[in-house]
Ligand binder design. Sequence first.
Ligand code: FES
Length: 321
Amino acid sequence: MFTVTVTETHAETDTIKVLRLVRSDGAALAPYPAGAHIDVTGPTGITRPYSLCGPPEDTGAYTIAVKREENSRGGSQALHDKVEPSTELTIGAPRRLFGLAPQAREHHLVAAGIGITPLLAMAYELHARKAEFRLHYVARSRAEAAFAGLLEKSAFADRVVRHFGAGRQAVAHELTGALAGLPADAHVYACGPESFMAQVRVLAARGLPEEQIHSEPFRAGTSAGDGADNGADDGFEVELDTGEVYTVPPGKSIADVLEENGVPLETSCREGICGTCVLRVVEGEPDHRDHCLSAKEKAAGDQIAACVSRARSPRLVVELW
Ligand code: FES
């Protein structure tokens, strides 16, 4: 984690604020692949992941877009209400959980709402590479579509297909047509609300194998329990390979309980995204609620993201790495 200074802010829409960040110590920022995100700790100490949405080759500054979430625990609200030029924030190094497939010969980017952010970075990169791509952008209206003006004036404006103001059914129809008959080596990338990404995955899967369909893991929702597998939030026991046993009650995570008991455990996002807190499972059945382990890793059942995932069995035996 390091400190950055906000050099510019502007409102992209009524609810989306763009921040430009530079390192406070004047050092260069690390380059990042399109689709990467950073963890941002705001003025209230809450850390949230935000996709980097500037041109990836611009390492003079990082750009993020923050949607004000009315039901959030204050992370996005503080970035809207308490951050202005010269405010300092703490951020982590860029991480890539969502990125362009190097082997793809055609890329179809499909965004809804604030989901445009990582796909905008991808569009910049694909244009720079002279790659074949389309960017489909779904929004309730142009006024609610962040970066609509930028896209219209961009050098790749002819690659952008806008689906603004269309109803749900009309959008489904348009995307069905857009994702039909793609070449066998095409890849599809979706970012937006989980229901939207699920719809895109279903449409794309009619012609492409699962491994060629990608979606942004943290757009599915960022709170514990909003992952792929939401079982009942019961308590359970966690046993360390050193023999100590702790009870994890409803409403607390394994990471919370270990920390309360002085057991060292490294965490970062605490939202099941980054993978920092993953532990090895020796016994018991995890109830995976994270977005960092792959479907294969979840099925294997020998790892668990301690910040969000729970247990289906009464006890989990875990090993601290
Ligand atoms: S701390 Fe990031 S996945 Fe748990």
